[in-house]
Design a protein around this ligand. Structure first.
Ligand code: NDP
Length: 248
């Protein structure tokens, strides 16, 4: 296992769900954490918890990953001691609606495409050059089973996660010959705020999604992310699919 206690890890979407769980899991090993999301108060609460529990050093970025110039400015203006990112966890993402494609909402489509594809691309584009220069780094993208199989009404969300799969594979190709690693962690159903966001805050609809099966927890996914990040430097885990036992 590679020690990560001297590394700087940037996690997007760290204000809830899988991103917050990754922050908890990594913090136990004492790396330096940069936590990014739009909801600053949630990030502040998480930073306070991690500092109290583990003495974690945390830097916060209130950031909308869809805003390219904001991403550029946030990364370029990191204080010097936080500027060398060793591990990037591209986790920020969302799904909106569950409509037939020909009845889909344009704003929902744009939000999914901007966050899940463009946001991930922007972070990657601004952070990976530093990794290449230093000859060290690991990009872990949170994809989804939705990138491998489409489900009714999943159309555009599934397309964004298929794009994440292609981007992870493409980046791995582009980085061949460097020691930089690229991993895609692709979960099935995980119980987080995801479902509530999908249905624009309709909690009743959101809960129904999990009826009749035991979903993964955010911690289950964070354990896998941590495992991938701590393999010996010559080992690249390209892709992991993890599913609830109950989900086909
Ligand atoms: P949550 O809704 O709990 O977390 C999503 C996170 O993304 C939040 O921290 C949110 O923070 C952040 N986020 C959303 N939009 C933006 C934005 N524009 N800029 C910055 N941050 C943003 O859901 P999950 O933890 O479940 O989702 C995490 C990832 O896992 C996503 O990529 C999702 O597609 C993927 N996934 C989820 C599955 C599930 O069943 N839950 C299954 C497979 C994959 P904030 O609102 O504060 O900005």
């Amino acid at each position: 296992m590679v020690a990560i206690n001297t590394q700087t890890i940037l996690i997007t979407g760290a204000s809830s769900g899988i991103g917050a769980a990754c922050a908890n899991t990594f913090a136990r090993e004492n790396p330096r954490l940069i936590l990014a999301a739009r909801r600053l108060e949630k990030l502040e609460q998480k930073a306070w918890e991690l500092n109290k529990l583990h003495g974690a050093e945390v830097h916060l970025l209130q950031l909308d990953v869809c805003d390219r110039l904001a991403v550029e400015s946030a990364i370029n203006s990191l204080p010097e001691e936080w500027s060398e990112i060793d591990i990037l966890v591209n986790n920020a993402g969302l799904s909106r609606g569950l409509d037939k494609l020909y009845e889909g909402d344009f704003q929902d489509w744009e939000e999914m495409i901007d966050t899940n594809i463009k946001g991930l691309l922007y972070l990657t584009r601004y952070i990976v050059p530093g990794m290449v220069k230093r000859g060290h780094g690991h990009i872990i993208n949170i994809g989804s089973i939705a990138g491998h199989q489409t489900y009714p009404g999943g159309n555009v969300y599934c397309a964004t996660k298929a794009a994440v799969k292609a981007i992870s594979e493409g980046l791995k190709q582009d980085l061949l010959g460097t020691p930089i690693r690229v991993t895609s962690v692709d979960p099935g159903m995980v119980e987080t705020e995801f479902s509530e966001v999908r249905f624009h805050g309709d909690t009743e609809k959101a809960k129904k999604v999990y009826q009749g099966l035991q979903p993964l927890t955010a911690d289950d996914v964070a354990d896998v992310v941590f495992f991938c990040a701590t393999r010996p430097n010559h080992v690249n885990i390209n892709e992991v699919i993890l599913m609830p036992v109950d989900q086909a």
